[in-house]
Design a protein around this ligand. Structure first.
Ligand code: FES
Length: 107
């Protein structure tokens, strides 16, 4: 089963088991992970599900769509090369751990 490891700005981390096909945003909301707002509910319309992927996670996943790339320009915290929108990052099947860092702010 895939896992998502959420790392807060403080360095505190939690690991959550998720069914394959679950987005980083949805797993965060369902499990009360702090710092991911997801105001639009995953419609690619708010940019408040911003996360930073670690390098291995970035390399293991498909790149962002053009629509996601465009919305990444609207994130509240610093945009970095590893920035993604959590509603568009989907846990693949298998024993894989995605590591995402929660930004300082979403609004
Ligand atoms: S939840 Fe709104 S863009 Fe991801």
């Amino acid at each position: 089963m895939p896992q998502i490891r959420y790392v807060q700005p403080s360095g505190a981390a939690e690991i959550i088991d998720v069914p394959a096909g679950t987005s980083v945003m949805l797993a965060a909301i369902r499990n009360g992970v702090r710092g991911i707002e997801a105001e639009c509910g995953g419609c690619l319309d708010c940019a408040t599900c911003h996360v930073y992927l670690d390098e291995p996670t970035m390399a293991a996943l498909p790149p962002p769509s053009d629509q996601e790339e465009a919305l990444l320009a609207a994130v509240a915290a610093e945009r970095r090369p590893t920035s993604r929108l959590g509603c568009q990052v989907i846990a693949p099947a298998g024993d894989v751990t995605l590591t995402v860092h929660v930004p300082e702010r979403q609004l």
